[in-house]
Design a protein around this ligand. Structure first.
Ligand code: GRF
Length: 244
């Protein structure tokens, strides 16, 4: 058989067929399920929230087509394996000397994987690598990120106004939970936003405030933020589905 005659298969369980040969639509097999590519680097509790919401039929609009981890030892890899979700370890090579507009090797590999698995929406769920503008241009409005702090509506600027009218700094980058604690603010939160080349600065999809309580440590506060994130990420995927 020549390469041209190979049949092409999709990484998807086929729809049941009616006697007529047409796919049979049931509540379990929604017509256009959003195919998620979830990128992780660590614990993967937000990946777990998506897996649970899909398994419990709270999120019927989406399925996880693929999980990619840049860390072979990430606990999220085990979570995916346990639930029979396709998962791949993609070693990430920090790029040096790439010309402007050119994608580093690791991003080229990631692109090929996302395309092979026909991913519609890329969810950065604790993904600890910055993606280049060249990579992002391939997926306009199709990459979303969870950030453990509050971002303004359009994602830009340095001041956030909380629900009670207080102005607080916008905490971006690493250790955003610690930054909020160190700044002594009373409220922080979590934001799901579209990803733009500028780090933690894309338009907001949804977000929620979390109160900082006396005695909070980075760990205790981050745990409460994550509990909120587990709801937000499901809500954000649903909102993205209705926009695609
Ligand atoms: C989340 O708090 C998210 O906001 C941040 O990384 C954390 C990932 O947690 N970007 P997990 O790996 O999903 O448990």
């Amino acid at each position: 058989m020549s390469a041209d005659t190979y049949e092409s298969f999709e990484w998807k369980i086929p729809l049941k067929r009616h006697a007529s040969g047409k796919p049979e639509e049931t509540p379990e097999t929604p017509q256009h399920s959003l195919r998620l590519g979830v990128l992780i680097s660590g614990s993967g509790s937000n990946l777990q929230a998506l897996i649970d919401a899909i398994e419990n039929k709270q999120l019927t609009e989406a399925e996880i087509a693929l999980v990619v981890s840049n860390n072979a030892n990430a606990y999220g890899v085990q979570r995916a394996l346990k639930h029979n979700v396709p998962v791949i370890y993609l070693p990430w090579v920090r790029h040096t000397g790439t010309r402007t507009g050119e994608m580093p090797e690791s991003e080229t590999r990631l692109t090929a994987l996302l395309q092979l698995f026909k991913v519609d929406l890329i969810v950065l769920a604790g993904w600890m690598r910055i993606l280049s503008a060249a990579f992002l241009e391939q997926f306009p409005q199709q990459v979303i990120n969870l950030h453990p702090a509050l971002l303004p509506d359009d994602g830009t600027g340095h001041i956030y106004t909380t629900q009670d009218g207080t102005q607080i700094p916008v905490f971006r980058g690493l250790h955003a939970v610690k930054q909020a604690l160190d700044a002594g603010v009373k409220v922080t939160g979590s934001t799901v936003h579209y990803v733009t080349p500028e780090v933690d600065a894309g338009p907001v999809i949804c977000r929620e405030e979390v109160a900082i309580v006396p005695g909070d440590t980075e760990e205790s506060l981050h745990e409460r933020i994550k509990a909120v994130e587990h709801r937000l990420i499901v809500e954000a995927v649903r909102m993205c589905k209705s926009n695609i």
